[in-house]
Ligand binder design. Sequence first.
Ligand code: GN1
Ligand code: MG
Length: 361
Amino acid sequence: MNTIDTAGILVQFAINDTVKEVKPLGNGLINDTYHVITDGEDDYVLQRINNAIFQDVDLLQHNIEVVTAHIRCKLEAAGAADIDRRVLQFVKAKDGKTYYRDEAERYWRVMVYIPDSVTHESVTPTSAYDCGKAFGNFEKMLVDVPEQLGETIPDFHNIELRMRQLREAVANDASGRLDEVRDIVLELEHDADEMCQAERLYREGKLPKRICHCDTKVNNMLFDQQGQVLCVIDLDTVMPSFIFSDYGDFLRTGANFTAEDDPDLSHVGFNEAIFKSFTTGYLESARDFLTPIEIEMLPYAVALFPFMQCVRFLTDYINGDTYYKIKYPTHNLDRTRNQLTLYRAVRRHTPMMTAFIRGLL
Ligand code: GN1
Ligand code: MG
């Protein structure tokens, strides 16, 4: 932060109040985020967009503008209270865009800070129900977005692509680590066809893509001081995807008994209580617009995301750790084994999940 002239960046945006302080906010791994404290009514959030990962910032900001404007209209039409705390609001730069590119080709954006809001890092059965409802509602508000949105990371959750990337990594064996992980590659290959069924059904026209959040972690939600969900944040990955992305990826982190990089595999497991409450909340808001095949495939989605994450971590390990930040040499291997263990646990829970979802309908 010391080397970045935040004042010089902030003057590019239509902020009238005097800035008193700028300090780091949150713990995101991709973008850099700051809380801008002013002497006026509103505080702001300044964020540097990581354009190494999100290479088309114009497309990304356009998606976010369309989505937030649409949600605001929906909330207004529903007569919702406190709308400014329920949807993000961007401040325009002098050229009218919602981002600014500085001389060093860094990209910046500014949002109004939502007052009296907090984030949580873990879920309970009670909050999982609220999260399910909120993410289902987020998708529901976006079913009739008035234009086709682009993919901010092309084929982000396409498991066929992720398998191709794994196979390429295996063929190159750039870091000489393949021997150590051959058994894992074989296990993943064994289930790959089954896990790729969504992409096949999509090509056959049987499965839709909808506007999804695609990074449904509990810390991508703002809560009020009483623990009620205010709004969904971190909209960079909002793009067309299978609804499995939102439903499955939330449970991948929320319903694992431990963190995704816990090396002690005896801690890893699938939390049935979290699954049940999240699913109950999600289906309460999403069941009206979901097709029968989407609902029927929800247990598949719960397995797909640990499977896909295992493929992605393993690919990165074999490639010599070029994508995910690591803290020690076998970090990606620990993550791989953790996700594989979770995947196996989820598969054992499939009959339970199927029965539970039937019971809700
Ligand atoms: C990355 O940085 P974070 O945790 O928000 C990744 C997700 C993975 C996750 C695994 C753009 O997200 O897809 O699920 O790591 N995001 C991107 O920890 O690749
Ligand atoms: Mg986040």
